[in-house]
Ligand binder design. Sequence first.
Ligand code: NAD
Ligand code: COI
Length: 332
Amino acid sequence: MKIIAFGIREDEQVAVDAWVAKHPDVQVDTTNELLTPETAPMAAGYDVVNILQAGVPVGEATLKQLADLGIHILTLRNVGTDDLDFEMLKKYNFHVSNVPRYSPNAIAEHAMIQMARLFRHMKQMDIKVYRHDLAWAPTIGREVRKQTIGIVGTGNIGRVAIQIAQGFGAKVIAYDKYQNPELAAKGLYVDTLDELLAQADGISLHVPGIPENHYLINPDSIAKMKDHAVIVNAGRGNLVDTDAVIAALDSGKLDGFAMDTYEDEGGLFNVDWAGQDFPDPRVADLITRENVIVSPHTAFYTWTASEEMVEQSLDAGLAFFNGETPEQVVKF
Ligand code: NAD
Ligand code: COI
């Protein structure tokens, strides 16, 4: 059996090598190229294609080529399936898996760290110190334990974010379309998103970027928030109407914004732009703001997560090849 893994980073290669050592009958070849219509021919002769795209879509132009090469197994090394065209996957008879649960702590702790940094004006402080300004003012902050933190989405990641926020001593409230019985028993849920928006000082998004969640944060929802709220988006870029957030930062309605995922991040994030202008003026502007923290979709980026993503995705490819249905199967 032969697997080709696209978009492999150096940290992932370590995990691939470890997996291959345990599966000597499987050949895994890797490339740092992403899967695109141009690179799809590289999959000739393989049984399984393994990818992590992060904003680079996989549509018919790619899938038809893979199907013509006799490949019908596509395994993702990440959670979000939003880069995939499911109509085309159906049309070309693909089996698909993702890694729905790899170290939710990686993302949850990143989100809660950024939330705490916003409350404590850490970016402003870092910039001041870097400029040799060691005066205290004006960076006086808000203690996290005195805040109400609203977690939107209480799946794998949201539930860990709740534990971390509680560790700070904050009052935590949560909203999910489907309540988790354990959290419900603890009385954490509010009944509507509007209630959460009205009560939270800090809002952290942990829902998928499915079409119905597009622009969950928009001018109307921002108007329902407390004055001086902060928002953290380590979910998906399309959850947030970026222009609406910028307007709310400009008006002073919002105190801060941490953006790990961005609606136009494909081709922008995970690229070294040092010495060049950003092709996206909106991000160029956000990065310079002292109350905005931009991270290039790195909430997941830990050794633990990387290893689990590679291992589980290669296991799933092997299972599909052997006619089994891996637990990570994506049903569509
Ligand atoms: P999950 O499926 O375990 O949980 C998602 C939860 O959101 C579910 O409980 C679901 O009921 C709820 N939900 C969906 N739409 C909702 C809505 N409109 N209102 C309220 N609740 C809603 O997913 P997860 O593993 O916790 O991951 C959440 C998201 O985090 C992923 O979909 C992905 O987009 C994102 N993610 C980001 C990174 C990163 O590096 N920034 C890494 C992994 C995942
Ligand atoms: C995911 O796993 O869905 C992520 O957001 C992380 C990734 C795209 C590297």
